[in-house]
Design a binder for this molecule. Structure first.
Ligand code: PEP
Ligand code: MN
Length: 373
């Protein structure tokens, strides 16, 4: 289809030291025209350093678009020759690595559904033995830093020198506005564990919807990430995968212009990162406590329905005494003050009774409850 124009490794190395490093392209390569037009329009923004596109798409459920496969690789070569932008694809198997290398793809990344599986990571790593190519590793779907670190070690051991990390959020229990909860404290911990590796944020897969992108991009910059990978499509709503989270190249350009890039001061960055890490841990724990309290009230409501059906009173003193005794004993073991826990239990009990009372009164339980005992 086109003449292959290999990039010199020197320029790629120089490019990877640029800050911020900005990567963009469609979630999936769909047609030659879509790939080339996206590439040209991204290049025209003057802001993008590397072009990404999914060729093989690992999908959580069968029946979804699984990528165009290797026939898309020459489209990327053509996009590179028309824009001069190095190209990057996701690989999940040895065969995909071979095909990408045979088409002189400049960089590879390992996706979140691959990082979770050490067999797959090892297969990809083995196919890369003796090859000189930068490899980016996305965090695994589940919030497990050991798996992520393990993937880095496997890729390092086969001799890959340029490794980057991509933070794309984690699948967690409970409701969040994000497709994948960012769990920033984990990203920061990983960054501190591998301080010499490039650390890129992928707001597209964190957000899952374009209206949240700007906020997450800003957060990533404030946390001193080295760059961003953002999905872009010439007709986002018609994209064959991840339609809701993609933006046009021009929209992306505007979003990048609106970001506030703070001055780099590496001394204070270390300090802020440590403090920020602790604050993020607190935020995450508070979120989990709230979610658990919400679930606890739902169970109390189920109990109320049962009591209603069986004509049992809400307050059963014996049961509450038992909860008090058990919680106070456990609190002592956890070094939580008796007075604090007594206040907490009182408040919990009142809220629980209020939820139960509303079930008995046929009202919807809510935060305005003020019923006492
Ligand atoms: C992608 O980058 O399009 C992708 C599939 O991402 P992830 O592996 O983060 O889900
Ligand atoms: Mn995608």
């Amino acid at each position: 289809m086109c003449a292959v124009q290999a990039q010199s490794p020197v320029s790629l190395e120089a490019l990877l030291s640029k800050r911020p490093l900005l990567i963009s392209g469609p979630c999936s390569a769909e047609t030659p025209d879509q790939v080339i037009e996206t590439a040209l329009r991204l290049k025209a923004t003057g802001k993008i350093d590397l072009l990404r596109a999914g060729i093989w798409k690992p999908r959580t459920k069968p029946g979804l678009f699984e990528g165009v496969g290797k026939k898309g690789l020459p489209w990327l070569q053509e996009a590179r020759s028309q824009t001069g932008l190095p190209v990057m694809v996701e690989v999940a198997t040895a065969k995909q690595v071979e095909e990408a290398l045979a088409h002189q793809i400049d960089l590879l990344w390992i996706g979140a559904r691959t990082t979770v599986n050490p067999f797959s990571v090892q297969e990809v790593a083995d196919a890369l033995r003796g090859v000189s190519i930068p490899v980016f590793i996305k965090n695994p779907i589940n919030p497990d830093l050991e798996l992520w670190a393990g993937a880095v070690e496997r890729v390092e051991r086969v001799g890959i020198k340029q490794i980057g990390l991509i933070h794309r959020g984690f699948s967690t229990f409970g409701q969040t506005p994000y497709r994948n909860a960012p769990l920033w404290h984990l990203a920061i911990e990983m960054k501190l564990r591998f301080p010499t590796l490039l650390f890129i944020n992928d707001p597209s897969h964190i957000c899952g919807r374009r209206d949240l992108l700007a906020e997450v991009m800003q957060r990533a910059i404030d946390l001193d990430m080295d760059g961003l990978m953002i999905e872009s499509h010439i007709r986002p709503d018609q994209a064959w995968s991840d339609a809701a989270q993609q933006v046009t190249p021009e929209e992306l350009s505007l979003m990048l212009e609106r970001l506030i890039w703070r001055n780099d001061d590496s001394h204070s960055v270390d300090y802020h990162s440590a403090l920020e890490q602790l604050r993020q841990q607190i935020n995450q724990l508070d979120e989990e406590v709230l979610q658990l309290l919400g679930r606890r009230m739902q169970v109390a409501e189920q109990i109320a329905r049962y009591k209603k059906e069986n004509n049992i009173t809400i307050l059963q003193a014996g049961r509450w005494q038992e909860i008090m005794q058990r919680t106070l004993a456990r609190a002592e073991e956890l070094k939580l003050g008796r007075e604090f826990i007594t206040h907490y239990l009182d408040a919990l009990h009142m809220e629980s009774i209020s939820h139960q009372q509303k079930i008995l009164d046929n009202k919807t339980p809510g935060i305005d409850s003020a019923v006492g005992g």
